[in-house]
Ligand binder design. Structure first.
Ligand SMILES: Nc1ncnc2c1ncn2[C@@H]1O[C@H](COP(=O)(O)OP(=O)(O)OP(=O)(O)O)[C@@H](O)[C@H]1O
Ligand SMILES: [Mg+2]
Length: 254
Protein backbone atom coordinates (compact mmCIF):
# COMPACT_ATOMS: atom_id res chain seq x y z
CA UNK A 1 0.00 0.00 0.00
CA UNK A 2 2.35 2.77 1.23
CA UNK A 3 6.02 2.62 0.40
CA UNK A 4 8.60 5.15 1.57
CA UNK A 5 12.03 4.85 -0.10
CA UNK A 6 15.19 6.48 1.21
CA UNK A 7 13.47 9.70 2.24
CA UNK A 8 15.66 12.51 3.57
CA UNK A 9 14.56 15.89 4.92
CA UNK A 10 16.80 18.69 6.21
CA UNK A 11 15.74 21.90 7.94
CA UNK A 12 18.75 24.16 7.56
CA UNK A 13 21.50 22.30 9.36
CA UNK A 14 19.16 19.81 11.04
CA UNK A 15 18.68 16.50 9.28
CA UNK A 16 15.21 15.44 10.43
CA UNK A 17 15.17 12.32 8.23
CA UNK A 18 18.23 10.59 6.83
CA UNK A 19 17.28 7.99 4.26
CA UNK A 20 14.15 6.44 5.81
CA UNK A 21 12.45 3.49 4.13
CA UNK A 22 9.33 1.74 5.37
CA UNK A 23 6.09 0.10 4.28
CA UNK A 24 2.56 0.24 5.62
CA UNK A 25 0.47 -2.64 4.34
CA UNK A 26 -3.28 -2.77 3.73
CA UNK A 27 -5.02 -4.73 6.47
CA UNK A 28 -2.31 -4.10 9.06
CA UNK A 29 -1.57 -1.62 11.82
CA UNK A 30 2.02 -0.43 11.46
CA UNK A 31 3.60 1.41 14.37
CA UNK A 32 6.18 4.17 14.11
CA UNK A 33 7.78 4.94 17.45
CA UNK A 34 10.81 6.82 18.64
CA UNK A 35 11.96 9.51 21.06
CA UNK A 36 10.95 13.19 20.82
CA UNK A 37 12.43 14.86 17.77
CA UNK A 38 13.15 11.53 16.02
CA UNK A 39 11.36 12.70 12.85
CA UNK A 40 8.00 10.90 13.12
CA UNK A 41 5.79 13.91 12.34
CA UNK A 42 8.17 15.00 9.58
CA UNK A 43 7.74 11.59 7.96
CA UNK A 44 3.93 11.96 8.16
CA UNK A 45 4.26 15.38 6.53
CA UNK A 46 6.28 13.84 3.71
CA UNK A 47 3.72 11.07 3.18
CA UNK A 48 0.75 13.47 3.21
CA UNK A 49 2.41 16.12 1.03
CA UNK A 50 2.91 18.87 3.62
CA UNK A 51 6.71 18.54 3.39
CA UNK A 52 8.75 17.97 0.24
CA UNK A 53 11.68 15.60 0.88
CA UNK A 54 15.19 16.55 -0.24
CA UNK A 55 15.62 13.01 -1.47
CA UNK A 56 13.64 9.83 -1.78
CA UNK A 57 10.22 8.69 -2.94
CA UNK A 58 6.76 7.98 -1.62
CA UNK A 59 4.43 5.64 -3.45
CA UNK A 60 0.96 4.30 -2.87
CA UNK A 61 -0.36 1.19 -4.59
CA UNK A 62 2.73 1.27 -6.80
CA UNK A 63 2.07 4.84 -7.95
CA UNK A 64 4.64 7.46 -7.10
CA UNK A 65 3.04 10.36 -5.19
CA UNK A 66 6.14 12.23 -3.96
CA UNK A 67 5.31 15.44 -5.83
CA UNK A 68 1.52 15.47 -5.45
CA UNK A 69 -0.31 18.15 -3.47
CA UNK A 70 -1.91 17.17 -0.14
CA UNK A 71 -5.49 17.40 -1.47
CA UNK A 72 -4.61 15.17 -4.42
CA UNK A 73 -3.22 12.56 -2.05
CA UNK A 74 -6.36 12.89 0.07
CA UNK A 75 -8.41 12.07 -3.02
CA UNK A 76 -6.23 9.01 -3.57
CA UNK A 77 -7.16 7.86 -0.06
CA UNK A 78 -4.53 9.32 2.27
CA UNK A 79 -6.13 10.44 5.54
CA UNK A 80 -4.48 11.78 8.66
CA UNK A 81 -4.83 13.30 12.09
CA UNK A 82 -2.49 15.90 13.54
CA UNK A 83 -0.30 15.82 16.65
CA UNK A 84 -1.50 19.36 17.42
CA UNK A 85 -5.23 19.20 16.98
CA UNK A 86 -6.57 20.87 13.84
CA UNK A 87 -10.33 20.98 14.32
CA UNK A 88 -12.95 23.54 13.35
CA UNK A 89 -13.44 24.79 16.91
CA UNK A 90 -16.67 26.69 16.35
CA UNK A 91 -18.35 23.69 14.69
CA UNK A 92 -19.92 20.81 16.59
CA UNK A 93 -18.37 17.36 16.71
CA UNK A 94 -20.97 16.18 14.17
CA UNK A 95 -20.33 19.12 11.83
CA UNK A 96 -16.58 18.45 11.90
CA UNK A 97 -17.30 14.92 10.76
CA UNK A 98 -19.69 16.15 8.06
CA UNK A 99 -16.87 18.34 6.75
CA UNK A 100 -14.76 15.20 6.38
CA UNK A 101 -17.57 13.40 4.58
CA UNK A 102 -18.04 16.29 2.13
CA UNK A 103 -14.28 16.61 1.54
CA UNK A 104 -13.80 12.89 1.11
CA UNK A 105 -14.36 10.32 -1.53
CA UNK A 106 -18.06 10.19 -0.70
CA UNK A 107 -20.97 9.50 -3.00
CA UNK A 108 -23.66 12.08 -3.86
CA UNK A 109 -25.86 12.95 -0.89
CA UNK A 110 -29.14 11.25 -1.74
CA UNK A 111 -31.73 10.81 0.99
CA UNK A 112 -29.56 11.96 3.87
CA UNK A 113 -26.76 9.48 3.22
CA UNK A 114 -24.20 11.84 4.69
CA UNK A 115 -26.17 12.38 7.91
CA UNK A 116 -26.38 8.63 8.38
CA UNK A 117 -22.68 8.22 7.66
CA UNK A 118 -21.93 10.90 10.26
CA UNK A 119 -24.05 9.06 12.87
CA UNK A 120 -22.24 5.79 12.13
CA UNK A 121 -18.87 7.44 12.57
CA UNK A 122 -19.92 9.24 15.76
CA UNK A 123 -20.96 5.87 17.16
CA UNK A 124 -17.76 4.17 16.02
CA UNK A 125 -15.50 6.64 17.74
CA UNK A 126 -17.80 6.84 20.79
CA UNK A 127 -18.95 10.45 20.46
CA UNK A 128 -22.77 10.14 20.27
CA UNK A 129 -23.26 11.86 23.65
CA UNK A 130 -21.21 14.93 22.64
CA UNK A 131 -22.21 15.16 18.97
CA UNK A 132 -23.84 18.59 19.41
CA UNK A 133 -21.02 20.08 21.47
CA UNK A 134 -18.83 22.74 19.91
CA UNK A 135 -15.43 21.15 19.24
CA UNK A 136 -13.45 23.75 21.21
CA UNK A 137 -15.43 22.95 24.37
CA UNK A 138 -14.46 19.28 24.32
CA UNK A 139 -11.71 17.64 26.37
CA UNK A 140 -8.48 16.94 24.48
CA UNK A 141 -9.35 13.24 24.44
CA UNK A 142 -12.79 13.80 22.90
CA UNK A 143 -11.35 16.35 20.45
CA UNK A 144 -8.81 13.75 19.29
CA UNK A 145 -11.67 11.33 18.67
CA UNK A 146 -13.44 14.00 16.59
CA UNK A 147 -10.29 14.34 14.52
CA UNK A 148 -10.11 10.60 14.08
CA UNK A 149 -13.78 10.60 13.06
CA UNK A 150 -13.17 13.36 10.54
CA UNK A 151 -10.25 11.42 9.06
CA UNK A 152 -12.40 8.26 8.85
CA UNK A 153 -15.15 10.27 7.19
CA UNK A 154 -12.90 10.80 4.15
CA UNK A 155 -12.90 6.99 3.74
CA UNK A 156 -9.10 6.65 3.66
CA UNK A 157 -7.24 3.65 2.29
CA UNK A 158 -4.19 4.76 4.26
CA UNK A 159 -4.78 6.34 7.67
CA UNK A 160 -1.93 8.13 9.46
CA UNK A 161 -2.50 8.87 13.14
CA UNK A 162 -0.08 11.15 14.99
CA UNK A 163 -0.33 10.35 18.72
CA UNK A 164 -4.06 9.64 18.75
CA UNK A 165 -4.11 8.42 22.37
CA UNK A 166 -2.55 11.59 23.76
CA UNK A 167 -5.16 13.07 26.15
CA UNK A 168 -7.42 10.00 26.04
CA UNK A 169 -8.41 8.29 29.29
CA UNK A 170 -7.99 4.55 29.75
CA UNK A 171 -11.42 3.59 28.48
CA UNK A 172 -11.11 5.87 25.41
CA UNK A 173 -7.67 4.36 24.73
CA UNK A 174 -9.12 0.85 24.89
CA UNK A 175 -11.87 1.85 22.45
CA UNK A 176 -9.24 3.40 20.17
CA UNK A 177 -7.15 0.22 20.21
CA UNK A 178 -10.13 -1.93 19.24
CA UNK A 179 -11.12 0.54 16.53
CA UNK A 180 -7.64 0.48 14.96
CA UNK A 181 -7.70 -3.31 14.86
CA UNK A 182 -11.17 -3.23 13.28
CA UNK A 183 -10.11 -0.67 10.65
CA UNK A 184 -7.16 -2.83 9.64
CA UNK A 185 -9.61 -5.76 9.48
CA UNK A 186 -11.57 -3.78 6.88
CA UNK A 187 -8.44 -3.53 4.72
CA UNK A 188 -7.21 -0.06 5.66
CA UNK A 189 -3.47 0.48 6.04
CA UNK A 190 -3.08 2.15 9.46
CA UNK A 191 0.20 3.91 10.27
CA UNK A 192 0.36 4.86 13.92
CA UNK A 193 2.75 7.26 15.66
CA UNK A 194 2.28 6.75 19.35
CA UNK A 195 4.09 7.32 22.64
CA UNK A 196 1.89 4.82 24.50
CA UNK A 197 4.15 1.81 23.96
CA UNK A 198 1.66 -0.53 25.62
CA UNK A 199 -0.97 0.44 23.02
CA UNK A 200 1.55 0.04 20.19
CA UNK A 201 2.54 -3.41 21.37
CA UNK A 202 -1.11 -4.45 21.69
CA UNK A 203 -2.41 -3.32 18.29
CA UNK A 204 0.53 -3.25 15.86
CA UNK A 205 1.44 -6.03 13.46
CA UNK A 206 4.75 -4.40 12.56
CA UNK A 207 6.73 -1.69 14.33
CA UNK A 208 9.45 0.66 13.04
CA UNK A 209 11.68 2.54 15.44
CA UNK A 210 13.00 5.93 14.39
CA UNK A 211 15.88 7.63 16.21
CA UNK A 212 17.59 10.83 15.02
CA UNK A 213 16.02 10.43 11.58
CA UNK A 214 17.10 6.82 11.05
CA UNK A 215 15.21 3.54 11.31
CA UNK A 216 17.14 1.67 13.99
CA UNK A 217 14.86 -1.38 14.26
CA UNK A 218 11.86 -2.98 12.58
CA UNK A 219 9.90 -6.15 13.21
CA UNK A 220 7.01 -7.50 15.20
CA UNK A 221 6.31 -5.83 18.55
CA UNK A 222 8.03 -8.52 20.62
CA UNK A 223 11.23 -8.45 18.53
CA UNK A 224 11.38 -4.69 18.57
CA UNK A 225 10.82 -4.39 22.31
CA UNK A 226 13.66 -6.83 22.97
CA UNK A 227 16.12 -4.99 20.69
CA UNK A 228 18.98 -3.46 22.73
CA UNK A 229 19.28 -0.49 20.32
CA UNK A 230 15.64 0.33 20.95
CA UNK A 231 16.06 0.14 24.70
CA UNK A 232 19.09 2.39 24.47
CA UNK A 233 17.28 4.94 22.28
CA UNK A 234 14.38 5.06 24.75
CA UNK A 235 16.30 4.88 27.99
CA UNK A 236 18.90 7.32 26.67
CA UNK A 237 21.81 8.82 28.54
CA UNK A 238 21.10 7.10 31.88
CA UNK A 239 21.86 3.76 30.30
CA UNK A 240 24.81 5.12 28.35
CA UNK A 241 26.68 5.88 31.60
CA UNK A 242 26.51 2.21 32.56
CA UNK A 243 28.38 -0.15 30.23
CA UNK A 244 26.31 -3.23 29.35
CA UNK A 245 27.22 -6.46 31.12
CA UNK A 246 29.75 -8.17 28.83
CA UNK A 247 28.34 -11.69 29.01
CA UNK A 248 24.61 -11.67 29.81
CA UNK A 249 23.17 -8.22 29.11
CA UNK A 250 21.04 -8.88 32.18
CA UNK A 251 21.39 -5.31 33.43
CA UNK A 252 19.58 -3.80 30.43
CA UNK A 253 15.84 -3.44 30.10
CA UNK A 254 13.41 -5.70 31.93
N1 LIG B 1 9.44 23.05 10.26
C1 LIG B 1 10.59 22.77 10.89
N2 LIG B 1 11.64 23.61 10.85
C2 LIG B 1 12.80 23.32 11.46
N3 LIG B 1 13.04 22.18 12.14
C3 LIG B 1 12.03 21.30 12.22
C4 LIG B 1 10.75 21.53 11.61
N4 LIG B 1 9.95 20.48 11.85
C5 LIG B 1 10.68 19.62 12.58
N5 LIG B 1 11.92 20.10 12.81
C6 LIG B 1 13.00 19.42 13.52
O1 LIG B 1 13.13 18.13 12.94
C7 LIG B 1 13.34 17.14 13.92
C8 LIG B 1 12.24 16.10 13.87
O2 LIG B 1 11.02 16.68 14.32
P1 LIG B 1 9.64 15.90 14.34
O3 LIG B 1 8.60 16.87 14.77
O4 LIG B 1 9.44 15.22 13.04
O5 LIG B 1 9.88 14.80 15.48
P2 LIG B 1 8.87 13.82 16.20
O6 LIG B 1 9.48 12.47 16.15
O7 LIG B 1 7.51 13.98 15.63
O8 LIG B 1 8.90 14.35 17.72
P3 LIG B 1 7.75 14.33 18.85
O9 LIG B 1 7.74 12.95 19.41
O10 LIG B 1 8.25 15.33 19.85
O11 LIG B 1 6.48 14.73 18.21
C9 LIG B 1 13.46 17.88 15.24
O12 LIG B 1 14.82 18.16 15.48
C10 LIG B 1 12.68 19.16 14.99
O13 LIG B 1 13.14 20.19 15.81
MG1 LIG C 1 5.73 14.52 16.38
Amino acid sequence: MLRVDEVSVSFGGVQALGGVSLESRAGAVTGLIGPNGAGKTTLFNVVTGFQRPNRGQVSMDGREITALRPHTRARLGVGRTFQRLELFGSLSARENILVGIEAGRGRPDHGGVRRRQAEEILERVGLQTVAERQANTLSTGKARLVELGRALATRPKLLLLDEPSSGLDQSETDTLGKLLTALAGEGIAVLLVEHDVELVMRVCDQVYVLDFGQIIAAGNPVEVQADPRVQLAYLGADVGTEPPAPDSGAGVGG
